[in-house]
Design a binder for this molecule. Sequence first.
Ligand SMILES: Cc1cc2nc3c(=O)[nH]c(=O)nc-3n(C[C@H](O)[C@H](O)[C@H](O)COP(=O)(O)OP(=O)(O)OC[C@H]3O[C@@H](n4cnc5c(N)ncnc54)[C@H](O)[C@@H]3O)c2cc1C
Length: 347
Amino acid sequence: MLIQENVALAPLTTMGVGGPARYFVEATTVDEVREAARYTESHKLSLFVLGGGSNLIVSDRGWPGLVLKVGILGINHRHVHGSAYFDVGAGEDWDGFVTAAVAHNCSGIECLSGIPGSVGGTPVQNVGAYGQEVAETIDSLVAFDLKTGEEQEFEKGDCGFSYRTSIFNTNQRGRYVILRVTFALKHGWEPRIAYADLQKYFANSKQTPTLPEVREAVRQIRASKSMLITQGDEDARSAGSFFKNPVLSPEGFAELKRRASAKGLEIPSYPALDTQHKVSAAWLVEHSGFSKGYSKGRVGISRKHALAIVNRGGATAADILALKDEIQQRVQEAWGIGLEIEPVLVG
Ligand SMILES: Cc1cc2nc3c(=O)[nH]c(=O)nc-3n(C[C@H](O)[C@H](O)[C@H](O)COP(=O)(O)OP(=O)(O)OC[C@H]3O[C@@H](n4cnc5c(N)ncnc54)[C@H](O)[C@@H]3O)c2cc1C
């Protein structure tokens, strides 16, 4: 296992900001993960687990301890009673796995096409898009417990999944290195076309779209919003959506509606959001004095997506965080709502 020193982290993230890792190692086996854990313990270093770097803002100081990049590969699949089980190494590229599942005619994750990052990163914030969440298809996972030094299996029910959360980014944050994830997909089932953008895309189709067609549609819709990492697209130099959609109490929701109507505005209504009094963070941002394409020096808001803060070239983490603070403050002032951020702040 090669431990490197002073490794630049910015190129290992989609946002492209931040300082170096004091120590850095890529683990391709469970034994290497164990070895890295022992190293941090014996050298009294803090450990940060890196996947594909697509949901991170690394501080300009970098990470003072050891960054462990999970590079465990492998996709194996088996069929049991109509379900197709895929055991996937945490270091596999997520979209590569979606491609493999679709090629095997297995549904359940087709709407999550084009999300950047690793397979091991997906349970952490229970990634979701276009009407699917990864928790719907996770059967179980195996993680290395940095506290006990043992491998531990988690059934789906043990993971505490809900909107953009799991135990891995809340009460057990930083304790586990996810090694492998098992997905239970449906073989030969029809794809899910629940989300408005997808329904619109297929509005003129006479037949039910195939899985590859849905995957392609999702990727095209994502590309049109710069939510697909595409070479040369400056608006894709982001960490995806920077803010979560706030979930309000019934009273909070009523108060928001009251404030909106006092300004002659109406809160947009989406079936997927309304049931939980979830409000579109994008709408709040756009009605607090910001617009797509807003620029502030080297950072800005994507020209195609109001929730993506982008590095327009040469930005620092401090630049990104200053714009984040400004947006949060103005939304708070205008609507009385504190927006929570989605990316992880490192260092
Ligand atoms: C253009 C763009 C579009 C995006 N679209 C979406 C979207 O539609 N929906 C959505 O939900 N997200 C989206 N994201 C966010 C991001 O892609 C996902 O959260 C992704 O799953 C992060 O995985 P990663 O491997 O890159 O994790 P990283 O960014 O490397 O890490 C994120 C967190 O997960 C932890 N982690 C990563 N791997 C492991 C592991 N093996 N074990 C333990 N902890 C681990 C890290 O420690 C960190 O806390 C988008 C991001 C970008 C840049």
